[in-house]
Design a protein around this ligand. Structure first.
Ligand SMILES: [Zn+2]
Length: 195
């Protein structure tokens, strides 16, 4: 007699599907840029794309907010200066101020839309510091929930994520104006999916 799902151990939870990297939106794969130049840099090319295609959530004057294509958690955002600059000390005072403001805005929007219990904020500097794209600085904003560090990444090399990236972008962009407290501009989807 074939097993039915109802006969197996476990109860349904919030994970609706396993995330798979089916949308190679801005790097075309897990590969790093060919070199450290602006021409090869995804963070330099993303602002030239449509927001939906680039997974851009909001645009300020000196920096923008974008979803991470390889998120640690759903809603993992990055705040990125438009200028191709690697080191935190190289940022201007104005860039620092806007990156800080957009980081606050990203946290407010995530709190309003998905109620995380906490956050990790951070800038990895250099390859040895863990930066995936070291040539162009980016500030991570990672929402955290209790129990989110589960066994799946360890045993399966797979991170279960409850929303596909395009849907997550639509939710965050739609909530940006109301919740971010910033003047950065967000372009909502014409018909955002239900999350
Ligand atoms: Zn760049």
């Amino acid at each position: 007699m074939p097993a039915e799902a109802a006969d197996l151990a476990g109860t349904p939870d919030a994970f609706q599907r396993l995330w798979t990297p089916h949308r190679m939106v801005y790097i075309g794969g897990a590969d790093k840029p060919a070199d450290d130049s602006e021409r090869a840099c995804p963070f330099c090319s993303i602002p030239g794309r449509e927001d939906v295609d680039g997974l851009v959530v909001a645009r300020g004057a000196l920096a923008y907010v974008v979803l991470n294509l390889y998120p640690y958690n759903p809603g993992h955002l990055m705040v990125v200066p438009y200028r191709h600059v690697a080191g935190y000390p190289e940022l201007t005072t104005a860039e620092l101020a806007e990156i800080g403001e957009l980081t606050q805005g990203a946290m407010r929007v995530l709190r309003a839309t998905s109620a995380p219990a906490g956050f990790n904020l951070g800038v990895n500097q250099g390859d040895v510091g863990g930066a995936g794209i070291a040539a162009h600085l980016h500030q991570h904003v990672v929402p955290r929930w209790g129990g989110d560090a589960n066994f799946m990444p360890i045993v399966a090399g797979t991170k279960p994520l409850p929303q596909l990236l395009g849907t997550t972008r639509a939710v965050l962009a739609a909530g940006w104006a109301a919740h971010s407290g910033t003047t950065a501009v967000a372009v909502p989807d014409a018909t955002p999916e239900e999350g």
